[in-house]
Write a protein that binds this ligand. Structure first.
Ligand SMILES: *Cc1c(COP(=O)(O)O)cnc(C)c1O
Length: 341
C-alpha cells in the first residue's frame, strides 16, 4: 500500500483531511449499522441539539506504526468505556463498546495511507465523537444522534525535542465537584478557551486548575492530567472525581509500578505541597508526557529541580517506556495493544 506524499517529519498538530470517516446514525431508539463515507461535511438542521445546547462528547486516541511495521492502537477498549460514561452523563445513547472498537479498526484501515511511518515521530490521530442531531428548542435531550470517527495525521507534539513548560495556576475553575469534569464533553473545552487564550497571551503554556470547592487541591490542566515525582522517586497523581480519567496517566502509573518498580500513589494533592516535588509532567494522548519546569502561582514561582532544559529523569523513563510499548519496542501488558494490521 502506497503512503500519501506527506512530509511526515514536519506536519504539525492540525487537521489534515483524510479519505474516509465512519458515520452511524441513531434514530427511533436504535443505531444503524454505520458506514464509511468520503464526505467530510455534515448537514444539520439549524435547531440540532448540539448547536443549541452543546449535546456532544468525544474521544481522542492514536494509531501507531510499530517498529516491525504493524499498525496498532493503544487500549481502545478504555476509550469505548469512557465514551459510554460520557454519553450516559449527557443523556445520549451509548454506542456499543464492541462496535466502537470495530469502527475504529475499519476507519484506520480505510485511511492506512495516512498512518505515518515508524520513526517519523508522527501518528494518526483518531477522533470519535457523537452529537445530538435532531431539532431541540425546549431544553431536553435530542431524539436523534450521529456517531462519527475522523482521523488526521499529526506530527510530534514537540518539534525539536521536548522542553519543559511554564504553566500558571488559573483563577478560573474547570469543573464543579458534581459536574462534568470526569467526562469528555465538548462543553468542558468551550469554557476553557478563554482561560487558555489569556494564559498564552501572558506567556504560559497551560493552566493548572484547582478544585473548585476549596481551591487548595491540584486537579488538572485543560486537557491533560498531572503526575508528580517526589524527591524519593514516588510517582504521585491527584485523585478527584472531577478529573478526566486520562488513559495515558492510568497507563503511566502501571508502567511506573510494574516496569520501573516505583511506588505509585493516587491521592489528593495540595497546591501547598507541589513545591516539594522533584518533577512534574502533564499526560495525555497528544504529547504522552509534557514536562513542567515551572508553575507560577500569582507571582510566586515554583521551580522544579529538573529545570527548564530537560525532562526530569523519572519523567523521561516513564515517557520512553510508554512510547516504547506503543511503538512495539517493549513488550506490552496483556490487552494494551490492538493490532489493526
Ligand atoms: C482527553 C483528556 C485528558 C487526557 O486523556 P488521555 O486518555 O490520556 O488522552 C486529560 N484531561 C482532559 C480534561 C481530557 O479531556
Amino acid at each position: 500500500m502506497e503512503k500519501k506524499n506527506i512530509d511526515w517529519e514536519n506536519i504539525g498538530f492540525g487537521y489534515i483531511q483524510t479519505d474516509k470517516r465512519f458515520v452511524a446514525n441513531y434514530k427511533n431508539g436504535a443505531w444503524d449499522e454505520g458506514t464509511l463515507t468520503d464526505d467530510a461535511n455534515i448537514v444539520l438542521n439549524e435547531c440540532a441539539g448540539v448547536l443549541q445546547y452543546a449535546q456532544t462528547c468525544f474521544e481522542g486516541m492514536k494509531a501507531y506504526t510499530t517498529e516491525d511495521g504493524h499498525i496498532v492502537t493503544f487500549r481502545p477498549d478504555l476509550n469505548a468505556q469512557r465514551m459510554e460514561d460520557s454519553a450516559r452523563r449527557l443523556e445520549m445513547p451509548v454506542f456499543p463498546q464492541d462496535k466502537f472498537v470495530e469502527a475504529i479498526v475499519k476507519t484506520v484501515e480505510a485511511n492506512e495511507a495516512y498512518v505515518p511511518p515508524y520513526g517519523s515521530g508522527a501518528t494518526l490521530y483518531i477522533r470519535p465523537y457523537m452529537f445530538g442531531s435532531s431539532p431541540v428548542i425546549g431544553v431536553k435531550p435530542a431524539e436523534e444522534y450521529q456517531f462519527r470517527i475522523l482521523t488526521t495525521p499529526v506530527g510530534p507534539y514537540f518539534k525539536g525535542g521536548v522542553k519543559p513548560l511554564t504553566i500558571r495556576v488559573s483563577d478560573f475553575d474547570r469543573a464543579a465537584p458534581n459536574g462534568t469534569g470526569h467526562i469528555k464533553a465538548g462543553l468542558n473545552y468551550a469554557m476553557s478557551l478563554h482561560a487558555i487564550v489569556t494564559a498564552h497571551e501572558e506567556g504560559y503554556a497551560e493552566n493548572m486548575y484547582l478544585d473548585a470547592a476549596t481551591r487548595t487541591k491540584v486537579e488538572e490542566t485543560g486537557g491533560a492530567n498531572f503526575i508528580f515525582v517526589t524527591k524519593d522517586n514516588k510517582v504521585v497523581t491527584p485523585k478527584s472525581n472531577s478529573i478526566l480519567p486520562s488513559i495515558t496517566r492510568r497507563s503511566l502509573m502501571v508502567v511506573a509500578k510494574d516496569y520501573l518498580g516505583l511506588e505509585v500513589e493516587e491521592r489528593e494533592v495540595y497546591l501547598d505541597e507541589v513545591k516539594d516535588f522533584a518533577e512534574c509532567g502533564l499526560c495525555g494522548t497528544a504529547a504522552v508526557i509534557s514536562p513542567v519546569g515551572k508553575i507560577v502561582d500569582h507571582g510566586k514561582e515554583i521551580c522544579f529541580p529538573s529545570g527548564m532544559e530537560e525532562m526530569g529523569p523519572i519523567t523521561k523513563k516513564l515517557y520512553e517506556t510508554l512510547t516504547g510499548i506503543q511503538m512495539g519496542r517493549i513488550e506490552a501488558p496483556e490487552g494494551w495493544i490492538k493490532v489493526i494490521k
